[in-house]
Design a protein around this ligand. Structure first.
Ligand code: 5GP
Ligand code: MG
Ligand code: MG
Length: 181
């Protein structure tokens, strides 16, 4: 990743740290969901890498599906008005649903998603995110599994983009400031 890494100012979380943390999350989820009807719901596109890695660290039968949402607002701050671009294919009724997210920032997207999914009568609904920026929270949303708490910086990599790029970086980093302008 020498070419892409040139655009990065600082690595916040290394590939190795991600791997280790996801193993721990997977073990915890395996314990918590034994005997349940686990269904993972990934939020496109940011959560794709996390979903792929996390699901392979959960030693239980499970189903998984994806949703795509768009939140109106600027590219770095969401408005809380969310539109479903791609809905789930599988019904969540009676399932023990775990939402898999890349990052919780204001919490507005997740707050909307949570309400929408609760209306479809899952048996339970919990949230798992690889990154959390608690300083930026606007909506009061309970997050059940958190990988890393990070400071209020715009990050890319491991699924997270800037202008649709950098999702394929294997680590989480901060872009060089000159790339934003
Ligand atoms: P929220 O509704 O919690 O403010 O927004 C969550 C969404 O905003 C995330 O799923 C992600 O798409 C985007 N987002 C929030 N913070 C960052 C960040 O630091 N980097 C990137 N690339 N996207 C972010
Ligand atoms: Mg997301
Ligand atoms: Mg984005």
């Amino acid at each position: 990743m020498e070419n892409l890494a040139k655009d990065i100012d600082e690595i916040l979380i290394t590939e190795e740290e991600l791997k280790q943390k996801i193993k721990e999350l997977g073990s915890q989820i395996t314990k918590d969901y034994e005997g349940k009807k686990l269904m993972l719901v990934g939020v496109l596109k940011g959560a794709v890498m996390f979903m792929a890695d996390l699901s392979r660290c959960i030693d239980l039968p499970l189903s998984l599906d994806f949703m795509a949402v768009s939140s109106y607002g600027s590219s770095t701050h969401s408005s809380g008005i969310v539109k479903i671009i791609k809905d789930l294919d599988i019904s969540i009724e009676g399932k023990d649903v775990l939402i898999v997210e890349d990052i919780i920032d204001s919490g507005l997207t997740l707050s909307y998603l949570r309400k929408t999914l609760l209306g479809r009568k899952p048996k339970s609904l919990k949230i798992c995110t690889i990154l959390d920026k608690p300083e930026r929270r606007e909506a009061d949303v309970k997050v059940d599994y958190v990988g890393f708490k990070i400071p209020d910086k715009f990050v890319v990599g491991y699924g997270l983009d800037f202008d649709e790029k950098y999702r394929n970086l294997p680590f989480i980093g901060v872009l060089k400031p000159e790339l934003y302008s």
